[in-house]
Design a protein around this ligand. Sequence first.
Ligand code: NAD
Length: 339
Amino acid sequence: MADPDAHLSSTLDVGGALIDRAAVVGCGVIGAAWVARMRLRGVDVRVFDPELNVGVVLDEVMQQAVVAWNGLGLSTDRLGSLMVCESVADAVTDAELVQECVPERLDVKHATLATIEAAIPRAALVASSTSGFKPTDLAVHMEHPDRLIVGHPFNPVYLLPLVEVVGGERTSLGTIDRAMAAYASLGMKPLHVRVEIDAFIADRLLEAVWREAIWLVNDGVATTAEIDDAIRYGFGLRWAQMGLFETYRTAGGAGGMRHFLRQFGPALEWPWTKLTDTPSWTDKLVGTIADQSDDQSGDRTIAELLAERDQNLVAILKALEAVDAGAGKTLAQLRATQR
Ligand code: NAD
């Protein structure tokens, strides 16, 4: 398959993004962070959110994003403009890319997509940030489903480069190509999810780890803090630079993946995991997890934790860039195309 990042060098010689005007519908956690990434790439963004304090949220997230990009050594001097609109129609009317970021409810997504579709130019791309709905299911009522994709990002969107691009049964190939190019031009790493499945690739993996972690707390085996330590002092570091399969290849020694599979493959049949099952969400379990999480984070506020998260991600991204590995490669390409 062609490298989607190839678009970066071909389309961004003059700097900036492939699109000039975007709209973001729904500006909570994800929408506000999309707005920040787009504006940092010089895209003019119009937004709509029914919440009255949307301007405050957008300002806060923009400030976090500017601190993060400055930490990466990227210029934040030439931001795209921001316009907060009174309706979805006002926000999307002139957009080349509309990023839908409303709550994860199919009925809300359907209603929002219908309003978007009624007001956009025919050539506009429509992308849903959904974490798990298939684009075919999102598009059931659309008149022009050929232009809908899922563009599933990862939080914080202004720092993490991955965006999963998923087409539905009626999405055109041209739409997927254009979306891949547009996201690459925003300094992202678009990953085309070729087979349409619920929750795509990354959330499938995360869900498996999350389910197992909940079992470990439920059974009193480990606390939330101990599980987080097991990840961040060990395999989390390996995953950030090489992922899963290439890491395991190295674990097979000189024999590589074949030796690794012969040695550890049978372990999958041992009763190590409970991956097909979930504990019941009793009040007791919810309370245990929430209490342990309170103990773990102590007095640190959510704002402090977000700042710590961004600072750590900036350090990791810069370290990976220095050795030309993983997400550091995407950062290097973004840096090369900054104005
Ligand atoms: P959120 O609750 O933080 O934000 C949703 C926003 O949508 C709110 O500001 C709300 O006021 C607004 N809204 C509600 N109804 C609306 C409408 N009819 N029109 C316009 N705006 C409306 O939720 P979120 O976490 O930002 O999630 C949004 C989408 O992004 C979901 O589909 C979610 O699955 C996806 N997503 C979330 C994450 C994450 O880490 N939070 C990651 C990837 C994808």
